[in-house]
Design a protein around this ligand. Structure first.
Ligand code: GDP
Length: 222
């Protein structure tokens, strides 16, 4: 981080982010219950957000591989925590099932709600949650529920606005200000919001830098 602005990324941060995501990334495993979480490994950054928020598109853009993270329309992987890692194995990215999907069967929703809550509240290796929020909609009640859970569990989370290309610069400024003000009421929220677009690439280098920073800050001391 820069000395003048604690939340601006330095050239070194950006270079570290670039280096991390230039590596080949691969799918490690999909996890449906907590017993199957990797027993050992690097720190984890989880991606959470409502269904259709643009989570798969964002992960694919980050890792420069279309199709690594499947879209929520793909049956199968959607109820799982999906683990991805870079060649250097310095970090796990965890793609969480999207929440707030109204048409999902009730028993399925309950099953994944249990998994998601248990993972978010109890996973020691979880260093940061990127909480994806659609820039057009801002924080909704269902997002707020997840934020409160993370506050209670004292898990650091950071809002990442998605689909920023879909709104005007002024509208983006407004949603940023409103979101910032909401975050001050949440104890575990990391104050920097990153606005992104998987279409235009806006904010992608910053998000890569942020992920690299989290990995570095939580890497075991050697
Ligand atoms: P998920 O359900 O959260 O994984 O969302 P997806 O990544 O499948 O995206 C949902 C829809 O939003 C798809 O039609 C995407 O093409 C679209 N989408 C995702 N990200 C962006 C973005 O940054 N800009 C625009 N314009 N559309 C996006």
């Amino acid at each position: 981080m820069s000395e003048t602005d604690p939340f601006a990324f330095t050239d070194e941060d950006l270079a570290a982010g670039k280096q991390l995501f230039e590596q080949a990334w691969s799918f490690v495993k999909g996890v449906v219950d907590l017993e199957h979480l990797p027993p050992s490994g690097p720190v984890e950054i989880a991606f959470a957000g409502r269904s259709n928020v643009g989570k798969s598109s964002l992960i694919n853009r980050l890792v420069r591989q279309n199709g690594l993270a499947r879209t929520s329309k793909t049956p199968g992987r959607t109820q799982e925590l999906n683990y991805f890692e870079p060649e250097g194995r310095s970090l796990f990215l965890v793609d969480m099932p999207g929440y707030g999907f109204a048409e999902a069967p009730k028993d399925k929703v309950e099953a994944w709600t249990r998994l998601v809550k248990a993972y978010l509240a109890g996973r020691q290796k979880l260093a940061r949650v990127f909480l994806l929020i659609d820039a057009r909609h801002g924080i909704k009640a269902v997002d707020n529920g997840i934020m409160e859970l993370l506050d209670e569990a004292a898990v650091s989370y950071q809002v990442v606005l998605t689909k920023a290309d879909k709104i005007s610069r002024t509208a983006l400024e407004t949603v940023l200000a409103k979101t910032q003000s909401t975050l001050t009421k949440h104890t575990a929220a990391y104050p920097l919001i990153i606005a992104t677009s998987s279409e235009t690439g806006l904010g992608i280098d910053d998000l890569r830098a942020q992920a690299a920073l989290v990995a570095r800050q939580h890497a075991p001391q050697s």
